[in-house]
Design a protein. Structure first.
Length: 272
């Protein structure tokens, strides 16, 4: 759009952590004496998104999703891990029943606060093109009138190929960028949004991440939101992809988890 500002030309950036129930946070993040039933309400006013992890291990009740929706600000977003019963299997193309059960479990109760669904695969799961594409064809594009966006958390080096990237792009699925030495780390853009799991928080640092590193992450997420690909991040395909504004979901997760909320809040400050 002619005359549009740089901010208007960028996607929305959201920063958060994984979950909101974690014992050490009651000593260094949540106010002293805060009731556990108020933790989500508090966390959602310090952060702009949370990744729900419990959905990976078991189904949640529709009433729980509705409760979480009502306890959070209107512009807050949840992403969530999809059920492990769909991804931790030998033949992914046979996951249809598990996928459908998960999608219809009540997640639509989050309404406009429903963000990306993360399909996390085992670190031993290799890229088998025919079977993986059969799985992607099973992923629904909407539930109860709500559009669904999918992020693929692939954790085996065999996915680091142009064949995988082309497949993910055909199905408009984002690939999770994992900032870690434990898993394959590649930042190729394959969907219309960016999903980053930042896993290097350090217990010895005040905010879990050094100030200069936080400064650079702020620059990186701005570049992603503008549709650009930061030069220093590892990629399989060195050719830049199409430039388009993208929403960005960045989560401080794993690492020194007790520091995750502080890292997230410091990054949010830098984005204002």
């Amino acid at each position: 759009m002619a005359g549009a500002s740089k901010k208007e030309q960028a996607g929305r950036i959201r920063v958060g952590v994984g979950g909101w129930t974690f014992e050490p946070w009651r000593a260094n993040f949540y106010p002293e004496g805060l009731a556990q039933t108020k933790e989500l309400e508090y966390a959602s006013r310090q952060l702009t998104a949370i990744e729900i992890n419990g959905t990976y291990y078991g189904s949640q009740k529709p009433a729980s999703f509705a409760k979480w929706r009502d306890e959070t600000p209107d512009d807050f977003m949840f992403s969530m891990k999809a059920t492990r019963y769909a991804t931790n299997r030998k033949i992914l193309g046979e996951a249809g029943e598990s996928i459908e059960r998960f999608v219809k479990s009540g997640i639509s109760e989050l309404k406009h606060k429903l963000g990306p669904i993360v399909w996390q695969f085992a670190s031993t799961k290799k890229f088998e093109p025919a079977d993986f594409e059969a799985f992607l064809k099973l992923l629904p594009r909407e539930v109860d009138g709500l559009p669904l966006r999918h992020a693929l958390d692939v954790r085996h080096a065999t996915f680091m190929t142009n064949e995988y990237l082309d497949m993910a792009r055909r199905h408009d699925c984002a690939t999770v960028f994992t900032d870690s030495d434990e898993y394959p780390s590649f930042a190729d853009l394959t969907g219309d949004f960016v999903y980053a799991r930042l896993m290097r928080t350090d217990a010895n640092l005040k905010h879990g991440v050094a100030p200069k590193a936080l400064d650079r992450w702020a620059e990186v997420v701005h570049l992603w939101a503008e549709g650009k690909e930061p030069d220093e991040l590892p990629r399989v395909d060195k050719k830049p992809g199409p430039t388009q504004p993208r929403d960005v979901y960045a989560y401080f997760i794993s690492g020194a988890k007790e520091k995750a909320p502080h890292a997230a809040m410091e990054l949010i400050k830098r984005l204002k």
